[in-house]
Design a protein around this ligand. Structure first.
Ligand code: SF4
Length: 160
């Protein structure tokens, strides 16, 4: 699995300052995709040292690490999310634990035993729009104790 690029983002996960890792090799091929360059398998290999470098660079600023894509290997995304959350991880010499998010282009929800605090599901459908559109087919869930809470509407309130 490779990281094509990364960004620090403020809106993708409400209430979090997020290091978003844009994973390449996307198998979803949504019509009207905003990032078709992510269909190719390009970029740096996602490994412990890359996570250490990026989380270290933004230590004290970020509160969340989001894996954007990775539908070709969901179990690998879960592996790295668990690694980020594991207090024993050598990378994570951080002041406070980081949350984790997964932006999937599929409709399949991971279980509540997965290592994610947030999960977005759903392909991009041009006619329905992304999360900021009230017509969207996509959903963003937040883990609240042992349940997933649909917080998609928080995007719509912000746009008023
Ligand atoms: S899941 Fe995202 S990156 Fe992949 S094809 Fe769909 S819109 Fe593009």
């Amino acid at each position: 699995m490779r990281v094509a690029s990364f960004d620090i983002v403020f809106q993708e996960i409400p209430g979090e300052v997020t290091l978003a890792l844009n994973l390449s090799g996307c198998p979803c091929h949504c019509h009207g995709c905003h990032s078709p360059h992510l269909w190719e398998d390009t970029g740096e290999v996602l490994d412990e040292s890359l996570l250490a470098e990026l989380t270290g660079q933004y230590k004290g600023l970020i509160t969340c690490v989001a894996f954007m894509g990775g539908d070709q290997a969901p179990e690998e995304v879960a592996h790295w999310a668990a690694y980020v959350k594991n207090p024993q991880s050598s990378i994570l010499n951080l002041q406070s634990p980081l949350k984790t998010a997964w932006y999937s282009g599929r409709m399949k929800m991971p279980g509540t035993d997965s290592p994610f605090d947030y999960v977005k599901i759903g392909p991009y459908v041009e006619a329905l729009g992304g999360l900021k559109s009230e017509k969207t087919n996509q959903r963003l869930y937040k883990r609240v104790e042992d349940k997933w809470e649909d917080i998609t509407s928080s995007f719509w309130k912000k746009s008023l």
